[in-house]
Write a protein that binds this ligand. Structure first.
Ligand SMILES: Nc1nc2c(ncn2[C@@H]2O[C@H](COP(=O)(O)OP(=O)(O)O)[C@@H](O)[C@H]2O)c(=O)[nH]1
Ligand SMILES: [Mg+2]
Length: 253
């Protein structure tokens, strides 16, 4: 009977160390290669105050439900990654968490505006917009959504020669670049006791949805809507995957 020589523990240890070294030499290369292949995505999240923008953004970033304090103004988030089913992770950078607090044009004015959203839209020229509503503050949420539709639709004011020279037509550029719009109805966890459904809530937004659909389709883009609970995470992953896949389908720049 032949005896199979058993490698000494020393020999095994050397082998393991060599393999580990090779792996650690490779790791930065793999990382660089992966990073080189990451597709940067840019989008903006708007919606009336308290509808759950920050909670949803946190879910995107950390993958867990959170209860954030109110957003004071606007904050650029650190770059993060989103894992997409069947694809490489995508890199998300230059995203703002912005307040949904309305501004009044004048003290006594009934016209509500959200100038910070316009600033983001014109400066960032996002590829996609997520707009959040819930079952509360219908009047303000409708005004906020109408504001966003007008913000996209409005044409640039006539420009002077100098404005044109220094990169005018910003709204036209931003509009052209916008290809994906997702309307998210949040706080699903609170609907049962109120006998609410997504259909019932969105019935109040029928005109806005029609306008949005027309606007985005004309732009060669895609309109989505979904119901979620950013607080407990229900349907969040589904909404994120659909939105990101929609963005990836048009991310050629
Ligand atoms: N019940 C419930 N509350 C939520 C949900 N999402 C956010 N909230 C709460 O709504 C409030 C406002 O959320 P926040 O993310 O700060 O809204 P934002 O102003 O749009 O950023 C917070 O108290 C959240 O905990 C949700 O899906 N369900
Ligand atoms: Mg917020």
């Amino acid at each position: 009977m032949s005896i199979v020589p058993v490698p000494s523990p020393d020999w095994l240890l050397k082998l393991a160390l060599a393999a580990a070294k090779q792996l650690s030499d490779l790791a930065p290369q793999i990382k660089a290669q992966l990073e080189g292949n990451l597709i940067p995505l840019d989008f903006a999240v708007f919606g009336y105050r308290g509808t759950g923008k920050t909670t949803f953004l946190n879910f995107m970033r950390f993958g867990i439900p959170t209860e954030p304090p109110p957003t004071p103004s606007m904050e650029e988030l650190d770059p993060f990654q989103i894992y997409v089913v069947g694809r490489r992770p995508v890199k998300v950078a230059g995203i703002y968490d912005v307040s949904g607090e309305e501004w009044k044009v004048h003290k006594k004015s009934t016209e509500l505006t959200w100038p910070l959203w316009e600033e983001i839209f014109l400066r960032q020229t996002p590829r996609g917009i997520i707009f959040m509503v819930d079952h509360e503050s219908l009047k303000q949420s409708k005004a906020a959504l109408r504001y966003v539709i007008n913000m996209i639709k409005r044409s640039d004011p006539p420009m002077t020669f100098w404005q044109r020279l220094f990169g005018g037509r910003q709204r036209q550029i931003a509009r052209k670049n916008l290809k994906v719009f997702m309307l998210l109805v949040n706080k699903l966890d609170q609907w049962e006791k109120r006998s609410l459904t997504k259909g019932k809530i969105l019935a109040d937004y029928a005109e806005e949805i029609q306008d949005l659909h027309a606007l985005i389709t004309k732009n060669g883009g895609k309109y989505y809507q979904d119901e979620i609970s950013a607080k407990d995470g229900t349907n969040c992953e589904r909404a994120i995957q659909n939105f990101v896949l929609g963005l990836l389908a048009v991310s050629s720049r």
